[in-house]
Each structure stands twice: as C-alpha cells, then as structure tokens.
Design a protein around this ligand. Structure first.
Ligand code: SAH
Length: 398
C-alpha cells in the first residue's frame, strides 16, 4: 500500500495550483517532510483546508511530484492510466496513419495529463522514460494500460532518475521482442538508425521532426551547410536529402562520427562527399574565420549546458555570443537556424538574444520561420515551461 499524505500548500502558491499548475515544487509545500517515500499518494489542501488536487510524490530534477487529478476520490489504477493513454493515442491518430513517419512521441508527461514519464513510439516498439523513482512505482499499471490499448512489439525503458552507474547490457529491455540493432525508423521518409538499448539517447531527437522537414524541403537545395552540435547528424541528413551541395557536421563527441556516417548511409548518401568533424564547435568557428569559410545555412543546436575542455556553454548566458560567431561565417542572405531546448527562458528572450547578436555585429536580419514543440509533444497552457523548444530560422540580410 502506498503512503497517503495530506500536504499543505502555501497561500502564495495555492491560486496557481488551483488554476491548473500541475507541478508540485518544494517551496510550495509547508510539510513536505511528512512524505516518507517515493510514489506516495499526495492530497493537496490550501490554508482553508480546501482540496486542490491529488497526485504523487517523486523527486525529479525539477519538482517533487505531479498533480494528476482534481477529483479527491480518484484512484491511480490501471483504468486511470488507460484513460489518459487512450486520449493520448487518439491525439496521435494522424501520425499512426502516416506511412512516411514511424517514430514519434506517444505520451508527453504532464502535457498528456500525467507528469513524470513519457512514451515514444519506434515502429511498433515502445520506450518509456521515467523521470523519478516515484513515478516508477506505477510501472506495472502504466505497462498494463499500454498493453490494453496497443500492440506492443517490444518494450524498453529509460530510468532517467537513476544515479549514473555503469551501463548494463539489456537493462533497458522489458518485454516482448527485442528490436534489431539498429532499428530503422522513418520520419517524413527520412531514414534513421536508432538503438533502443544504448543508454539514455537512442540516436534521434524526435521533437525536431518539423524542423528537419523544413530544412530539407525549403532551405537546402544547392546550399553549403554547416551543422554544429551535430550529434548523429540528423540535420545534415535532412539537408543532404534536400539537395545541399555539401554538409559539414561538427560535434565534440567521438562517437558522433560513426553515428553520422551511419545516418548518411541508411539514406543512400555518400558520406565521403560530406565533412564530419569531431571537434569543439568554438574551435571550429575560429578555424572557419581563419580560412575565410562561409556557409549558406548554419545550424546551431547546442545543449542547454555543456562543459568542454576550454569552454563552458550555458544557453541562457552565451547564446548571443554563439550567434555572433555564426553570423561571422554565414553568407549574405544565408540562413541561421538557431535552436535551443533550454526551459529557463522563452521565445521572447530568445529573440532578444538574436536581436542583440545582430546589433553587435552591425547587421540586419529577418526571421523566416519559428518553431516550438510539434503536436505529438503535447503541452498545456498551465505549464508553459513544458514547451521548451524554440527554433528560429534567421536570414542574414546585410
Ligand atoms: N543537433 C543534434 C542534437 C544535439 S545534442 C540533433 O539534431 O540530433 C548536443 C550535442 O552537442 C551533443 O552531441 C554533444 O556532444 C555536443 N556538444 C556539446 N558541447 C560541444 C562543443 N563545445 N563542441 C561541439 N559539440 C558539442
């Protein structure tokens, strides 16, 4: 039996919670120390003893659990999870029917009504990511609910709460058939090799689907493309398929090279005609300036925070500087694709970085496209920080 606890919400937080804010934060609660275990069922009350919501305790990177229901009699059983998953599946009907796309997000945590876990779909296989030990206590219910609704060919999980230990082979596999290694999935007819059993990241970030399609369809033909922080080179592949004359992919991680070669190869692109460089991006910028290299399309997709030998990069502090370096090696009328998944600032502030970078380099620009999360990464109005992705296509005009 899970512990059942009543928590008192500070008056300054009660209004927001009442209005639908789903995340339970440490500073909002007066008696958090009453919670003794991960997965405890929590009932929240304001200082007038009025019921605000019901959820569970789970220590995450951000937050201490989630409100799942506004009904005090709710029980978090298989049928509760099944109802939420069913609605989520219906929301993705067009993606399930789209033969050109076989990988997408099926369940997006609080956006689909239950904070703390996500489910991704990879051509018949499912990957559940758990973000706290608390939500992991509902594992059996979630798996049962999922199996009641869809045909699960094979099931994997990522324990994103686990302390960094040594990675054990097969530890992510739960049940069913094992996926081939690699598993080939499609996204708008672009092939991607993914590895469901290879650590936290499978090889592709599904939230950039619309951006990849736009790069391929509208911005690549005849272009010389630089893809920085390129990881497995997914943007480079999209550009090459869109008719880029050449792509250059730069990433610090050693394994990015073989991964990128693989993604080109599964799309029938000659990787030897592309440049794949393992190097610190900031070092590459200096090299490009020295060699007077210029690109028609420059893609920037840094992590929110990264530390390399010589550099610490924090999106909130350093994005303007990154843009300035990109502007210096972008052709006139060229395009910079500026992307960030940093949840600590929104689109307005991000556009402020762009404005500042062009002001400081003395150039003009025009915003051509803007993206946030695609529709399978469902978000809710009440939790704006859930809509973390910001991508802006900027034309350098002078
Ligand atoms: N654009 C990629 C995802 C980027 S993930 C995609 O579409 O799939 C962030 C990547 O940045 C990681 O692969 C990491 O190795 C790389 N990285 C972090 N700091 C870096 C640096 N200073 N120079 C080059 N790459 C860096």
């Amino acid at each position: 039996m899970k512990q059942n606890i009543k928590l008192k919400v500070k008056s300054s937080f009660a209004k927001n919670m009442k209005a639908g804010y789903p995340l339970i934060t440490e500073d909002a609660i007066m008696n958090m120390k009453d919670v003794k275990e991960e997965g405890a069922i929590i009932e929240l009350f304001d200082d007038q003893q009025r019921f605000l919501g019901k959820g569970y305790y789970g220590k995450q990177n951000k937050g201490r659990g989630w409100i799942l229901s506004r009904n005090q009699n709710e029980t978090f059983d298989v049928s509760f999870f099944e109802q939420k998953l069913k609605t989520a599946i219906e929301h993705r009907t067009s993606l399930f029917q789209d033969e050109r796309t076989t990988a997408f997000r099926l369940f997006n945590g609080e956006g689909d009504g239950i904070g703390g876990f996500t489910i991704d779909y990879y051509d018949g296989y499912y990957v559940i990511s758990w973000y706290s030990e608390g939500v992991y206590q509902f594992k059996n219910e979630v798996i049962q609910a999922l199996s009641n609704l869809v045909d699960v060919k094979g099931l994997y999980e990522k324990k994103r709460f686990a302390s960094q230990g040594t990675y054990m082979e097969d530890e992510d596999f739960i049940s069913g058939e094992k996926a081939p290694e690699p598993l080939l999935v499609k996204e708008n007819d672009i092939n991607f090799a993914v590895y469901l059993n290879d650590g936290a990241m499978v090889g592709i970030f599904l939230d950039q689907r619309d951006v990849r399609k736009t790069i391929r369809n509208k911005y690549s033909k005849g272009k010389n493309v630089l893809n920085t922080f390129s990881y497995t080179g997914a943007f480079s592949v999209a550009a090459a398929l869109g008719g880029a004359v050449k792509t250059t992919s730069v990433d610090l991680a050693n394994r990015s090279k073989s991964k990128t070669i693989e993604q080109f190869s599964v799309n029938g692109i000659d990787f030897e005609a592309q440049d794949i460089i393992v190097e610190d991006v900031f070092h590459y910028f200096k090299y490009a300036v020295r060699k007077e290299l210029k690109f028609d399309l420059v893609i920037l997709d840094p992590p929110s925070f990264a530390r390399s030998k010589k550099h610490t990069f924090s999106a909130g502090k350093d994005y303007t500087d990154l843009l300035m370096q990109a502007i210096a090696i972008t052709e006139k009328n060229g395009i910079i694709v500026a992307s960030t998944n940093c949840s600590t600032f929104g689109m307005t502030k991000f556009k402020g970085f762009i404005e500042k970078a062009f002001k400081q380099t003395g150039g003009k620009y025009k915003i051509r496209e803007e993206f946030s999360l695609p529709k399978d990464f469902k978000t809710i109005e009440e939790f704006k920080e859930g809509d973390y992705l910001k991508v802006v296509f900027i034309e350098k005009q002078a």
